[in-house]
Design a protein around this ligand. Sequence first.
Ligand code: TMP
Length: 206
Amino acid sequence: MDDIKKGLFITFEGIDGCGKTTQLELLDKYLRKKGYKTIQTLEPGGSDIGKSLREILLHHKGYVSDICELFLYLADRAQHFETVILKNKNEGNMVLCDRHIDSTVAYQGFGRMGDIEKIDFLNNLATKNQKPDLTLLFDVDIETGQKRVGKEKDRLEKESLEFHKRVKEGYLKLAQKYPERIKVINANLGIDEVFLQVQKIIDDIL
Ligand code: TMP
């Protein structure tokens, strides 16, 4: 890959409770030690507008239609992609992003049983047809994930077991579809063992 020393856009994906946020922080430290400039960001909520959208998406008390939910995630992504992801990538920073396009396919597509082709189209619109350089998919058993989430659940985390199963299966289908970009990590293990898998993938790329 050209320009490998700078500007990689890496996304962290998986069902709720998969441990991706902890691993993102560990990778951030690891890359900084190696001398890379990094930023940590997230979807929804990585831009100014996104912070308000995240609040609605995760904590709105009343009814939210599936299409409304989809557009709010996409609105968050469009703003975040242009003002945070692209900007930082162009400045040569490693962008470590907690959730991105694959979350929408997995949750609003497979989870809510939405139209995947339409979601792909909207994702492309929001990201100017660009894809992450690498996606780490933290694959965890539903039960382990649910335990890690704990009792304080947000709007999506409160969804049924069936919903979360569809999301997990959706992610694995995505990994089969895009094997070059999406690397599956066994996230049922302890934090250090999971990070060893992350480190190996990153070392192979850098
Ligand atoms: P998290 O930041 O704690 O992972 O929470 C974000 C929640 O939003 C999580 O339950 C997954 C969900 N989500 C979607 O349903 N679609 C999306 O496109 C994104 C980015 C997140």
